[in-house]
Design a protein around this ligand. Structure first.
Ligand SMILES: C[S@@+](CC[C@H](N)C(=O)[O-])C[C@H]1O[C@@H](n2cnc3c(N)ncnc32)[C@H](O)[C@@H]1O
Length: 238
């Protein structure tokens, strides 16, 4: 599965930003900014942005923590990272899988992941790995798609996501399947309270969520208040 996801993002990387702007009418930019703000991270913090894609979420954190802080963006798809480096040449980007991060325990004040967690093979394993690299009291912020809760709006959005997104995304990227995958994984993703329960099972604390546009997306924030780290254990034991 992850090799298929890798191949798909390699294939759409060069048109990824343009397609986001068109399909979200630019709203994704406001969401990233708001999510970074809600992290509570400030100047001087060290932040790991996971599934960083072309670097926009990492850049939102860079603005918050500069000039003395540092942001590292990580993704497993090279064409995405190449674009991130072109756009934000003064930032650090590296290739890694969120399931096996090449960082020591308790390295970062904050970790972030926008529109990435629903793509990983094992959400709990990824969250436990993220918690491993967070310092005690470190902040996690997740921005991810969900399903609108208002019934009329939900039906309208479902039509848009299932029909307009594949059509328009397919025309721009020449990869219709990638924009069928997007609404399918968003509908299947355990959003809202279900995702808070998963964060709780992965032993994050101070769990909060903010619903965006009736639940088209959510911002989740949490802290790592556990002092114990079990390296290399399965998600169930993390
Ligand atoms: C929808 S894009 C989001 C990119 C960026 N965070 C943003 O907000 O635009 C998802 C990204 O997650 C990356 N990704 C998916 N699974 C991954 C994994 N297991 N490890 C690292 N990156 C992953 C993909 O390569 C892709 O760049």
């Amino acid at each position: 599965m992850s090799s298929e996801v890798q191949e798909m993002f390699e294939n759409i990387a060069s048109r990824y930003d343009a397609t986001n702007d068109v399909l979200s009418f630019g709203i994704h930019r406001l969401w990233r900014r708001e999510a970074a703000r809600l992290s509570g991270l400030t100047s001087g913090a060290s932040v790991l942005d996971l599934c960083c894609g072309t670097g926009d979420f990492a850049n939102a954190f860079s603005k918050l923590v500069s000039p003395s802080g540092v942001v590292i963006g990580v993704d497993f798809v090279n064409p995405m990272l190449r674009l991130a480096k072109q756009k934000y040449g003064d930032m650090i980007f590296m290739q890694a899988d969120v399931l096996t991060l090449p960082f020591a325990d308790k390295s970062f004040d904050g970790a972030s992941i926008a529109f990435g967690i629903r793509n990983v093979d094992n959400i709990r394993q990824a969250l436990c790995e993220i918690r491993r690299v967070l310092k005690h009291d470190g902040a996690l912020v997740v921005l991810e798609f969900g399903t609108p809760t208002l019934p009329v709006f939900r039906e309208f959005y479902r039509l848009y996501a299932r029909h307009v997104m594949p059509l328009v995304g397919g025309l721009i990227t020449k990869n219709r399947a990638a924009y069928e995958y997007l609404p399918r994984t968003a509908e299947q993703f355990p959003s809202g309270q279900e995702f808070l329960d998963i964060l709780d099972q992965c032993r994050f604390k101070n769990l909060q969520l903010k619903k965006l546009l009736s639940g088209i997306a959510y911002i989740y924030t949490a802290n790592n208040l556990s002092s114990e780290v079990k390296v290399g254990k399965s998600a169930a034991n993390c």
